[in-house]
Design a binder for this molecule. Structure first.
Ligand code: NAD
Length: 255
């Protein structure tokens, strides 16, 4: 059985991922703001460093997998927070654990991105470029200046997907795998907060997948199960859309 770190473990998709992995007999290191094995704030450099150090200590520097679920949505208290958690909270945490994942022989990771990330493929926002350059201060400043949580969310998910795909090339050469899941709307507290928000509620309600419903967290956890299993041994650098057909609806000709 494996030792697996899951960020955002306390709620929504992360909690479902933990239920699945625990039921399969894996040992979990739950990471979240509170009530977890590792309590850390992934929005700050210090918090991310603490999360890495505590995770390394909990796994004795040998880790089989990471599932990076922690994220904030468009109702986050500040636009900059979207950049800090959704991009740097994933990229720096994974970078810090890379050697521990290599030590397991065939480390794996899954990043929970979003179908929103593909909305920015044609013309990425400059804040996405700043994230990919590792310039957190600039990305944060551009995000705050934009005052546009939807753009920051899409940029963060685009950038974290590109980060994951670039890393998968390096990781593949080390016998490791990194894939991204891009969920559509999923019934979680994050989604409910958007639906209930006066600014975004109407748009979120009207953006419905061809299958006519939102997903549930277990459907995303099913994808994680597959991407961490031997059944996906040759799957690396992929973006798995679990979105009821939303991405196909928006951009059928681009893949
Ligand atoms: P959620 O709000 O239910 O869970 C998110 C978790 O992340 C929470 O437990 C929260 O405490 C944790 N978190 C937030 N900020 C943190 C921080 N600074 N440090 C540590 N932990 C932090 O939301 P969810 O819907 O389960 O979201 C999980 C992931 O799925 C996110 O990355 C989100 O962007 C992505 N996603 C969600 C949907 C959706 O419709 N729900 C769609 C696409 C992508």
């Amino acid at each position: 059985m494996s030792t697996i770190a899951v960020t955002g473990a306390a709620s929504g998709i992360g909690a479902a991922v933990c239920r699945h992995l625990e039921a399969a007999g894996h040992t979990l290191i739950r990471v979240d703001l509170r009530d977890a094995d590792v309590n850390a704030d992934l929005s700050s450099a210090a918090g991310r460093q603490a999360a890495v150090e505590q995770t390394l200590s909990a796994c004795n520097n040998r880790l089989d997998a990471v599932v990076a679920c922690a994220g904030v949505g468009v109702t986050a208290p500040s636009v900059g927070l979207i950049v800090g958690v959704n991009y740097f909270g994933v990229s720096e945490y994974l970078d810090g654990l890379e050697d521990a994942l290599a030590a397991s022989g065939n480390g794996k990771a899954v990043i929970i991105g979003s179908v929103a990330g593909s909305h920015m493929v044609a013309t990425p926002h400059p804040m996405a470029a700043a994230m990919l350059e590792g310039d957190e201060a600039k990305a944060y400043q551009l995000a705050e200046e934009s005052a546009n949580p939807s753009a920051a969310y899409a940029a963060s998910k685009y950038a974290v997907t590109v980060f994951g795909r670039r890393k998968s090339v390096e990781w593949g050469k080390r016998g490791m795998r990194l894939n991204i899941i891009a969920p559509g709307a999923v019934e979680t507290p994050l989604h409910k907060a958007s639906l209930d928000d006066a600014r975004f509620g109407e748009a979120v309600k009207n953006f419905v997948a061809p299958m006519g419903r939102a997903g549930v967290p277990d459907e995303i956890a099913d994808g994680v199960d597959f991407l961490l299993s031997d059944q996906s041994a040759f799957v690396n650098g992929s973006v798995l859309f679990i979105d009821g057909g939303m991405d196909a609806m928006v951009r059928a000709n681009t893949f």
